[in-house]
Ligand binder design. Structure first.
Ligand SMILES: *[C@@H]1O[C@H](CO)[C@@H](O)[C@H](O)[C@H]1NC(C)=O
Ligand SMILES: *[C@@H]1O[C@H](CO)[C@@H](O)[C@H](O)[C@H]1NC(C)=O
Ligand SMILES: *[C@@H]1O[C@H](CO)[C@@H](O)[C@H](O)[C@H]1NC(C)=O
Ligand SMILES: *[C@@H]1O[C@H](CO)[C@@H](O)[C@H](O)[C@H]1NC(C)=O
Length: 333
């Protein structure tokens, strides 16, 4: 233990030095407070001293994460990368470490349309605490969708971004309508991992889908290339205006997740997040994107804190971390 009053020495670790400084500054605050008659109580801890558990609502939902177990559930032969095992046990232990209670398992690209690992995870956790977003090819037998629905599946994912495939807008719009025809009877969500600029040509189709539509990872905005621009204006991002207008329309939702997959500087991402919350805080869900595939080992806490900062400022913590997800993923009260 660090002894107070002990002089700093080069041998002391940085952490120890920080602990001493922290303790000294706390003493200083306390003694100042004692001198000032109008400050009876010690200062409230600032938001960054509060733990995630203190800042987050109780019934939190992590709206996008993956369970991956290559030994039990072999990856697709086309898998672009081979991650380590991150099974349901690992998931639950991670989630509780960041005060997340309920999870939405999303089919990762490396499993293509084999949803076995995800369905096994849903069975393991049960519909009170989990939901799933699958991938499948068309046509599909609706009795299969019915069986998945019973396990907690509430959406289908169209993943363009991970594959890097060029998109023919006309064909993609038609594809979205075909998926909607399959999922609409079940009230599922259409989830798309597409670059934001595609929202410009796709917006008219999305608006008319007749199901909830959710974009992954802030909707994949890209840093404007215009280097003469001196101010930060999210509307300068291609597709952002369409995203906002879709949000206003009501059937479009945004995930705040995976900033490491978003090609924006910190200031710009800030501006995007704040404007989205400003327009429709009831259409934003938070997600950890665990296990952050291709970024494994990354510490997601600073990002959770950042989302909390945005949500606290916009007074919508309960919405972003809990109630919006329950609405989007059809979690009955
Ligand atoms: C769908 O699957 C069910 C149950 O497996 C089967 O009875 C039915 O014939 C299938 N329908 C079609 C159109 O393939
Ligand atoms: C997109 O697909 C449509 C329908 O298949 C086709 O008519 C059109 O030429 C394609 N556009 C481009 C730019 O490839
Ligand atoms: C990020 O955006 C910049 C500016 O548009 C671009 O030059 C760069 O290639 C992008 N990087 C990635 C990884 O997409
Ligand atoms: C770049 O940004 C500047 C300043 O906002 C603007 O005047 C100019 O028209 C933009 N150029 C392009 C190609 O968008």
């Amino acid at each position: 233990m660090v002894q107070l009053g002990r002089p700093f020495t080069p041998a002391m670790s940085l952490l120890q030095n920080m602990l001493v400084l922290f303790t000294l500054s706390r003493q200083l605050h306390t003694s100042q407070a004692a001198r000032l008659p109008d400050r009876q109580l010690p200062p409230r801890p600032t938001k960054h001293q509060r733990t995630l558990a203190e800042r987050l609502p109780e019934d939190t939902w992590d709206s996008h994460m993956h369970v991956i177990d290559p030994a039990r559930f072999p990856l697709s032969p086309d898998a672009a990368y081979v991650p380590q095992r991150h099974d349901l046990f690992d998931a639950v232990s991670f989630e509780s470490s960041v005060s997340m209670k309920n999870i939405v398992m999303v089919q990762p690209s490396i499993y293509a349309t084999d949803n076995s690992a995800l369905l096994d995870g849903l069975k393991g956790l049960g519909p009170d605490r989990s939901r799933g977003v699958v991938q499948f090819d068309l046509p599909i037998n609706s009795s299969k969708l019915q069986a998945w629905h019973a396990l907690g599946v509430r959406g289908v994912r169209l993943n363009v971004q991970s594959t890097g495939a060029a998109v023919n807008v006309t064909e993609f719009a038609a594809l979205m309508r075909q998926y909607v025809a399959a999922i609409k009877p079940f009230g599922w969500v259409l989830q798309a991992y597409i670059p934001m600029y595609l929202l410009d040509p796709l917006a008219p189709t999305i608006r008319e889908l007749g199901v909830d539509f959710v974009v992954d990872h802030f909707g994949q905005p890209a840093q404007p290339t215009n280097t003469t621009m001196s101010t930060i204006d999210p509307y300068a991002i291609q597709g952002f205006g369409s995203l906002i207008s879709l949000l206003e329309g009501g059937n479009t939702w945004v995930k705040f997740s995976a900033p490491y997959r978003v090609n924006l500087t910190t200031d710009w991402l800030d501006a995007v997040a704040k404007e989205v919350l400003n327009v429709r805080s009831d259409r934003v869900v938070f997600a950890t994107d665990w296990p952050h595939t291709r970024f494994e080992g990354l510490d997601i806490r600073p990002f959770i804190e950042r989302c909390l900062d945005w949500a606290e400022e916009a007074n919508c913590v309960e919405e972003v971390f809990s109630t919006n997800a329950k609405s989007l993923w059809r979690v009955e009260e």
